[in-house]
Write a protein that binds this ligand. Structure first.
Ligand SMILES: [Zn+2]
Length: 144
């Protein structure tokens, strides 16, 4: 059973990990100008309700990412992966949610789309909690 506690821990680790990544990156390139885009915009954790395992995901361009079949099919129902559609400000497939869910589906065989569980989503740079977007609500309609 994947608990809310486990999801919270997972997303909190993901926030720390992303902050450390940016910190280390900036330290190793001290002359490079700092930019808020050094950070992944959003991180979230996802788990499988019948397993204790959780995975985190960060928002990233979907253009070079090969999604698991089930996730890809859901995303393509919205429109072209990598493009925007009316009604949502986010690029289809770029959110942290499909990236995290993709890890779950690829690593925990047998997990169906209605058995996914998500943590709240956060902006790692500020720690601010963010709402799930329309693309994500439509993609994961059974659970978000
Ligand atoms: Zn989204």
């Amino acid at each position: 059973m994947c608990t809310n506690e486990a999801l919270k821990r997972c997303v909190s680790n993901a926030i720390q990990k992303e902050r450390k990544r940016v910190h280390d990156e900036r330290k190793s390139h001290p002359t490079k100008k700092h930019d808020i885009h050094d950070y992944a915009s959003i991180v979230v954790a996802c788990g499988y309700s019948r397993s204790g395992k959780t995975f985190s995901g960060a928002s990233a361009s979907p253009l070079y990412h090969k999604y698991a079949e089930e996730i890809r099919r859901r995303l393509e129902k919205l429109g072209k992966i990598g493009a925007k559609r009316p009604g949502c400000e986010n690029v289809i497939g770029a959110c942290a949610e499909p990236h995290a869910a993709d890890m779950v589906v690829k690593n925990l065989p047998g997990c169906k789309m209605n058995e996914l569980q998500f943590s709240a989503a956060y902006r790692p740079r500020t720690g601010q909690r963010k709402k799930y977007c329309i693309n994500c609500k439509d993609t994961f309609q059974e659970v978000l």
